[in-house]
Design a protein around this ligand. Structure first.
Ligand code: GCW
Length: 657
């Protein structure tokens, strides 16, 4: 980042607190987080002297001061807002609730001070609302500094160490607090040699980051390598059942807490894509996770243990192995064996953050294990923050999925371990590369707090905070983002088939790019048809990992939702979707329609020149041009590929090269 460029304020520009400027705001009670709120009050231009317009305090502090208040919910971090005798009162369960209550006042705008304000309780659906950074300390020769990062370098690390200057981290922490994120893992789950040493050599430096997070109610987590006892402790093993290994972890963890008393815990990717793990010693992932859990338990820390375990050396000729099955096959036999402070962190789909996948059956397969849902805010498979893709809509769909059918709970409340997501932030002036990708970060925090929230209402809230009250701007951004995930889906890989991106970078089309690789991501297109037969009757049996009603629904093409058809079934190109269109015609139609939609979005944006800050306008314009170029590339390569494979012409006679 250029030092002279002002960093974009994301959804907290000065204007976002304009309704509080000049008002009298009293913060009752003593706590470090209450001081944070006092700082906010000052920077909003509110004053503390005089008859208050707003009073914020913990329920106990308000009561002690004799102030009547709406009653705060019992859950930690909760608060309630209401009006009492012309004063807006925020009553919080604890100091964190106070902070979140303040930001609720900010979001409400003028309505926060209106007598029409009714008492509203707010409490987080999940205690753990985490962001995972895939930041490396050093630059990685292939991935750059941030693995799958599309917004510059790390805000935490530079020049081989924690940055000296952490003001950017402080701004980030404030933004995260405003959306309720309360835990951040600062380094990549692929832990390279230098990053392994964060756990030991860099504790004082990490403590500086933790100190910046602390006033914002955020706890620091660290990704660690399972081979730490070997790499850092000089042992000849990291066998989880070896007593020397256990005591090494206990001591290392003790040192962490001596330096960072509120340290959150470890995040681990083990036996996955080359990362070391318990399999090397013939041990299970429960043995591995519990090893770390026991080192952390005396200090109140937790382990996030990822379920992303699969064979990445598959032989493409082997039709029996199915990567989609892997997490369930590895983890369900271990249900009930994990310690209480282990959270098994599960990607939303059984493959890998594709634009469209079914919800992982592992969520319903584990009944006695705390689970976290892992989402990807960084747009690895959804256009690298060059394409405008609002993922809130996708996440809401995932969170509302009912793993046991209509009578059972939605995924959003089933995951007792909360939510985690890969951050999309770097040191770019807009934080996220594409200014409109800020909406994804915002939506993640808001949905982690309330998984039932309407993603388009969240988007609207984000637009209002970020861009103010211009209704033309508001309508235009809705036009660009509301359906953007489905539009992206429509010009990229069809009907849930996944992985038609270029290998390595994962940007742009390469239909057969992964087809003969060891990664287990195949679509099996031939001259007659396409898709993966994952039925129990004739396929890999993956559909059988679901409980009813899904196992029956996914078993046959007729009862599989169209958008997942090719994930579950290999069908002829002439197979008819529920609306009667053939698969091949659907492929052609959606690629043409997707490109046309991107064209309209680009034109809509062009029409609001002058209504948004120039730098934002220019950056978004440039990215929409790239999105359009890329959508054309997708259309043409996919259409040509399938025309050549199938020999079936487009029924509408459009140009296919
Ligand atoms: O999606 C894949 C990415 C890898 C990533 C891995 C994971 C951090 O391509 O870059 O590694 O997932 O989630 O572990």
């Amino acid at each position: 980042m250029n030092a002279t460029d002002a960093v974009h304020p994301m959804w907290l520009p000065a204007g976002a607190t304009a309704h509080l400027a000049g008002r009298t705001v009293a913060v009752v009670g003593e706590a470090p987080l209450a001081d944070t709120v006092r700082g906010e009050v000052r920077s909003a231009g509110a004053v503390s002297e005089g008859t208050p317009d707003v009073v914020l305090g913990t329920a106990t502090a308000l009561e002690a001061a004799g102030i009547t208040a709406p009653s705060a919910p019992e859950a930690a971090e909760s608060f309630a807002i209401g009006r009492r005798d012309g004063v807006t009162v925020v009553s919080a369960r604890d100091a964190a609730g106070l902070l979140y209550g303040w930001f609720a006042l900010v979001r409400l705008g003028a309505a926060a001070l209106d007598d029409a304000l009714v008492d509203t309780p707010h409490s987080p659906a999940h205690a753990v609302r985490m962001l995972d950074h895939w930041d490396n300390v050093d630059r990685h020769e292939v991935m750059g500094q941030i693995e799958r990062g599309y917004a510059g370098d790390s805000i935490f690390f530079a020049n081989g160490r924690v940055r000296d200057e952490l003001s950017r981290v402080a701004e980030y922490a404030r933004l995260l607090a405003s959306i309720g994120v309360n835990r951040v893992a600062v380094n990549n789950v692929n832990v390279h040699r230098r990053e392994a040493r964060l756990l030991t050599d860099d504790l004082d430096e990490l403590a500086r980051i933790a100190a910046v997070f602390r006033p914002w109610g955020i706890r620091l987590h660290l990704s660690v390598t399972f081979a730490s006892p070997i790499l850092l402790g000089g042992l000849d093993t990291s066998d989880p059942l070896d007593a020397r290994v256990a005591s090494w972890w206990a001591e290392a963890t003790h040192r962490v807490y001596a330096t960072i008393p509120d340290f959150g815990g470890y995040l681990v990717k083990a036996d996955s894509e080359g990362q070391p793990g318990p399999f090397a010693y013939g041990r299970t992932h429960a043995d591995g996770a519990n090893l770390l859990a026991r080192a952390l338990a005396p200090h109140g820390g937790m382990v996030h243990w990822r379920a992303f375990v699969y064979n990445h050396h598959q032989d493409w000729r082997d039709r029996r192995t199915d990567r989609a099955r892997a997490a369930y096959d590895h983890f369900t036999p271990l249900d009930g064996l994990f310690d209480d402070n282990v959270v098994v962190q599960i990607k939303y789909g059984p493959m890998d953050f594709q634009t469209r996948e079914p919800v992982s059956p592992l969520f319903s397969g584990l009944n006695r294990t705390r689970q976290a849902l892992e989402l990807q805010v960084t747009q690895e498979y959804t256009g690298h923050q060059l394409h405008a893709v609002y993922l809130g809509v996708q996440w809401a769909e995932i969170l509302r999925f009912r793993p046991f059918g209509d009578a059972g709970p939605a995924l959003g409340s089933l995951v007792r371990g909360g939510l985690a997501a890969v951050s999309n932030v770097g040191d770019d002036v807009f934080w996220t590369g594409h200014p409109l990708a800020q909406a994804n970060l915002y939506a993640y925090g808001r949905l982690a707090w309330d998984p039932d929230a309407d993603p388009l209402a969240i988007l609207d809230e984000w637009i209002g905070l970020t861009f103010g009250t211009d209704e033309t701007v508001r309508a235009t951004i809705h036009e660009i983002l509301d359906d953007s995930w489905r539009v992206y889906e429509s010009y990229t890989a069809p009907l849930g088939v996944g992985f038609m991106v270029r290998p390595g970078s994962h940007y742009g089309p390469d239909v057969d790019g992964y087809e003969y690789t060891p990664w287990g991501t195949y679509h099996f297109a031939d001259r007659d048809g396409i898709g993966v037969d994952r039925s129990v009757a004739t396929g890999t049996g993956f559909a059988g990992q679901y409980p009813e009603p899904w196992r029956t629904a996914y078993e046959r093409p007729e009862t599989t939702p169209d958008e997942l058809l090719l994930f579950f079934h290999h069908v002829p190109y002439g197979h008819r979707l529920h609306d009667g269109t053939t698969v091949i015609q659907h492929i052609y139609d959606t690629r043409f329609a997707g490109l046309a939609a991107v064209e309209r979005k680009r034109d809509a944006w062009a029409a609001i020149a002058g209504r948004v800050p120039e730098a934002v306008f220019a950056r978004v314009s440039e990215r929409l041009d790239e999105q359009l170029r890329s959508a054309r590339e997708w259309r043409d390569q996919l259409n040509s590929y399938f025309l050549r494979k199938s020999g079936v012409p487009d029924a509408k006679g459009r140009t296919i090269y």
